[in-house]
Structures are given as structure tokens and as C-alpha cells.
Design a binder for this molecule. Structure first.
Ligand SMILES: C[S@@+](CC[C@H](N)C(=O)[O-])C[C@H]1O[C@@H](n2cnc3c(N)ncnc32)[C@H](O)[C@@H]1O
Length: 246
């Protein structure tokens, strides 16, 4: 998946803003080592500096380049959560809005478990079951009208499924909840199309510019109940977890 880092920074910075809700789960210990897994353009990595020695890691070269540009004083590296080195080196692994991009949670959690020191913690939030269901259904229908097929690529688990995966990886689950987070999209009327251009980019890439415009207009019609008082409200459902390695 190719990330448009400028669009992400300008219109989707709410993702990192909401991630700040996770910070109160972090113990403060200046010497602790923290990995911000899937750090994107580095907004939360910069905030994690207050909690210990942080490294931002992301699978996207473009995201890491942007993060380094924003925060040259911080440590960033290109890397994938699915191939983390099996060396226990982190006290905390933090991750906001990343795990729903990763189809194989058992493999991901096994790698995270190995990379944590004994007593270390995973603190994460991402899309849970039912996340963006209205938008995704509306988009799939709009795409079908120009002959396209929406490829479901998100992994939105229930708390039961994710809790079992955590336990099977060896974690002790300390906090596991799911909750609705109706999320206003920036830029008024253009908000939904901006969002879809970022998050459904692989589906739209196959279409001509005219087809893309038609699909996005049809999407807006299909999900008109999300247009409220001059703002698109995305039907986000989040899953939050804190789990420790014995
Ligand atoms: C929606 S962004 C969230 C960025 C940041 N955490 C924030 O809160 O703004 C999702 C990020 O996850 C990264 N990502 C997806 N799969 C990954 C993986 N397997 N390993 C590392 N990063 C991954 C993407 O490249 C992208 O930067």
C-alpha cells in the first residue's frame, strides 16, 4: 500500500490525535526503551519521547522519510512488525492505528512477544469488528457500479479473537475493550472523498480519473446518513489492548 504522506499529514492527522488517548497507559521511566510500531509520519513518536527512549518503525519508506524530515532528532527505522528481530530489547511496544493493516495477528503478536523484555508491555489501538462498516459497504457498492470489486484488506477483529491471539502468543491481557468512535473527517464536503482516496487507494488505482470521481460521488450518496451538520462522520469502532509479557 502506497501512502500519500502529505494527504495523511494534512487531512488525517486526527489518527495520531486520537492515539494520544493511549498515552496514559504508559508508565513513565526515562530509561525504558519504547518501539512505536507503524509510526507513520512520527507525530506520536515525538510525544513518546516524554516516556523513555523511543524508536519509530514503519514498513513504509515514504512514511519514515517524512518522519525523519519532521523530527530529525529522533530515531526512526524502516521495518516490519511481522519480521521484528527475535531479541528482547523493548520495555514497551506502542502501536496506534496499525494492526488492522496486518492480516496475520498471531504471527505479528509472536514477533512482538519475542521483541519485548520480560515484564514488557504491548499498548495498542486499532480498528475493531464493525469499524467503517457503513463506509466500506457503501464503497463496495459504488465500485461495483463501474465494474470494480472492492478487495477487503482490513483485519478488524472482535475482542474475543484478539484476546485469544494475545493469550496464545503468551501475553497476560490487562486491558481489552472495544468502543464506537464517530470520527469527524476534515475538509467539509471533501472529507469523505479525501478519506477514501487515502484508505481505498489500491481499489481506486485501477480506475480512470472520471471513474474515480463517479465512484466517490456514488459513495457519498450511499452513505448519506454519515453527513451530519456539514461534516462527514466516519463510523469508527476501535479496539484497545494492553498486555504484558510475564
Ligand atoms: C494509519 S497509519 C498510523 C500511523 C501512526 N501510528 C499514527 O498514529 O498516525 C498506519 C501505519 O502502519 C504502517 N504499517 C502497516 N503495516 C505495517 C507493518 N506490518 N509493519 C510496520 N508498519 C506497518 C503503515 O505503513 C502506516 O504508516
Amino acid at each position: 500500500m502506497h501512502w500519500n504522506t502529505q494527504l495523511y499529514d494534512q487531512k488525517h492527522n486526527f489518527v495520531a490525535k486520537y492515539g494520544e488517548n493511549l498515552l496514559h497507559f504508559l508508565p513513565q521511566a526515562p530509561q525504558q526503551t519504547i518501539l512505536d510500531l507503524g509510526c507513520g509520519t512520527g507525530t506520536l513518536t515525538a510525544e513518546l519521547q516524554d516516556y523513555g527512549q523511543v524508536t519509530g518503525m514503519d514498513a513504509s519508506i515514504d512514511m519514515i522519510a517524512k518522519a525523519r524530515q519532521h523530527y530529525p532528532q529522533l530515531k526512526f527505522q524502516v521495518g516490519n512488525g511481522l519480521t521484528l528481530a527475535p531479541t528482547p530489547q523493548y520495555d514497551l511496544i506502542f502501536s496506534n492505528a496499525v494492526f488492522h493493516w496486518i492480516p496475520d495477528h498471531p504471527t505479528l503478536l509472536a514477533h512482538i512477544f519475542q521483541a519485548l523484555k520480560p515484564g514488557g508491555q504491548l499498548i495498542c489501538e486499532f480498528g475493531g469488528a464493525g469499524n467503517i462498516q457503513t463506509i466500506e459497504t457503501g464503497f463496495a457498492q459504488a465500485l461495483a457500479q463501474v465494474g470494480g470489486t472492492h478487495q477487503q484488506r482490513f483485519n478488524f477483529p472482535t475482542t474475543d479473537t484478539f484476546g485469544q491471539a494475545l493469550t496464545q502468543a503468551g501475553f497476560h491481557v490487562k486491558h481489552l475493550v472495544t468502543f464506537k468512535r464517530p470520527t469527524p473527517l476534515a475538509a467539509g464536503e471533501a472529507g469523505l472523498a479525501n478519506w477514501a482516496r487515502q484508505f481505498f487507494a489500491p481499489d481506486l488505482a485501477h480506475l480512470t480519473a472520471a471513474q474515480q470521481t463517479a465512484v466517490l460521488a456514488q459513495l457519498a450518496t450511499n452513505v448519506s446518513e454519515l453527513w451530519q451538520n456539514g461534516t462527514w462522520i466516519a463510523d469508527y469502532q476501535r479496539l484497545q489492548a494492553v498486555a504484558s509479557k510475564p
